[in-house]
Design a protein around this ligand. Structure first.
Ligand code: PMP
Length: 454
């Protein structure tokens, strides 16, 4: 069979029939979506929830382990896992218990609870860095680290990779104009009025020459980077990229900040630990406390001293860093339970084995069907990519974008009890994900390939 793309009219017809199937089988989700429009913008508490393909957003009745149940009583094998927040499964028992216990002992006091010390020790044990601060989301943690980096170095610029996503962080919501090599507005960002061209540089991922040039003026406070791009498909680093990139930063006095929020999937303690990247600072959000809103950022002892000096030498008043509920007792209790019972070798051994099984099954089917697609994996995270080879830069992903095929794939799978992550075809394996979940996904994938070939 030839490797050409699926004709758009055929995909549109297939999508229509899946939409009809969704409407017929999800009357309660349909009704909630309609009624909720009176109370929520786009009918949902967060407008991203409307970005799932399909006639209505699924109304969730409950989520447990690697399963999710919708208002219509249907069960799903959940490979989206809240786009990483539930990487360790939904409501794992030790976490649910810790939250329940703390719920009766105070939720927020703007004081450290007695869990704080154990949490600090556990953060160092799991992630390696000694000094930590808490935030409520990875977006916040990244924003705060950019401020600390600029304050500690006295330098104005930050550097990111093309195709990056570090959350709702204005400085990083920019693109690279390939023609001029300059930073440009990301056209989708709403209400953006600041000129980030002046203070954020963007270079292609895996491009050491561009990185070196961007650092060469000695005015970059930090490079903020995911170890692999995970928000533009999945773009892994070239072999040997990070040791050189890290050395370039060191030579230019630029702080190397790793955003481990998604690459936590790689191994216990994340990619940076497993691959000895030795960052100056590290951000982990989403799943770090098992999905309870929490993010952490850790720094070396040396950077901690520079941060303290910057704070001590600033006038009294607002630092622009932190939010009132950060580090609250509920978060600390959840974080302690998560670091003790979820971030474990045993959990990762299971997650990685399940993800490898899934990758193997998908690749076998892709090859047998002669589709020009690939599957890229980073530990427990994998991505079905509608392109012949693993991409090396964001531009490779742009050139192979197949939005219609992606959204059809999501809806087709959802209609058959399998959830993938919207916006791209990402799958996560949790400690609760079983070989039976993998079998389920693979048999639906067989059906999908047959539908596309018919
Ligand atoms: N960093 C990375 C790498 C992310 O993928 C995301 C969200 N997808 C964030 C930060 C922001 O996380 P949050 O939306 O929880 O603030």
């Amino acid at each position: 069979m030839n490797a050409s793309a699926i004709p758009s009219e055929r995909l549109a017809a297939l999508h229509r029939s899946e939409s009809e199937r969704f409407i017929a089988t999800h009357p309660r989700s349909m009704a909630q979506a309609e009624a909720a429009r009176a109370h929520y913008l786009f009918g949902v508490p967060l407008h991203w929830m409307r970005d799932w393909p399909g006639p209505a957003t699924l109304a969730v009745e409950r989520a447990q382990g690697a399963a999710l149940f919708c208002a219509d009583g249907l069960r799903y094998s959940d490979f989206c896992l809240g786009d990483s927040g539930a990487l360790f499964g939904h409501s794992p028992e030790p976490l649910a218990q810790a939250i329940a216990q703390q719920a009766e002992r105070g939720l927020t006091c703007m004081l450290p609870s007695t869990h704080a010390l154990a949490v600090g020790e556990a953060l160092q044990r799991v992630f390696g860095l000694p000094v930590w601060q808490l935030a409520l989301s990875a977006s916040d943690a990244n924003r705060f680290l950019l401020r600390w980096a600029r304050a500690a170095t006295g330098r104005p610029q930050v550097l990111v990779f093309d195709g990056c996503y570090h959350g709702a962080v204005d400085d990083t919501l920019v693109d690279l104009d390939p023609a001029s090599g300059t930073t440009v507005r990301r056209p989708s960002v709403l209400g953006q009025v600041h000129n980030h061209h002046a203070f954020t540089r963007v270079v292609p991922f895996n491009d050491l020459a561009a990185l070196e040039a961007a650092l060469s003026r000695g005015d970059v406070a930090c490079l903020l980077a995911e170890p692999a791009l995970t928000n533009f498909g999945l773009v892994p680093p070239n072999r040997g990229f990070w040791p050189v990139a890290r050395e370039l930063c060191r030579r230019r006095g630029t702080l190397f900040v790793v955003d481990e929020t998604h690459t936590l999937s790689t191994a216990l303690g994340g990619y940076a630990r497993a691959h000895e990247l030795n960052p100056d600072a590290l951000v982990v959000g989403k799943a770090v406390a098992g999905g309870l809103p929490c993010a952490v950022y850790g720094v070396t002892a040396e950077l901690a001293q520079r941060m303290a000096r910057a704070k001590d030498s600033a006038p009294e008043g607002h630092s622009g860093i932190g939010t009132t509920l950060s580090g609250n007792p509920l978060t600390l209790a959840a974080l302690e339970a998560a670091l003790t019972h979820l971030h474990t070798e045993a959990n990762y051994a299971h997650m990685l084995a399940i993800a490898a099984l899934l990758q193997d099954g998908l690749l076998k089917r892709v090859h047998a069907a002669h589709r020009p697609w690939t599957v890229t994996r980073l530990g427990a995270r994998l991505e079905l990519q509608f392109m012949p080879r693993t991409p090396r830069q964001a531009q490779d992903v742009r050139e192979h974008a197949q939005g219609a095929l992606e959204s059809f794939t999501h809806l087709f799978m959802l209609n058959r009890g399998v959830l993938l992550t919207p916006f791209h075809c990402m799958m996560l394996a949790s400690p609760a994900t079983t070989p039976a979940d993998v079998e389920r996904l693979l048999s639906v994938f067989d059906e999908l390939l047959a539908a596309l070939a018919a």
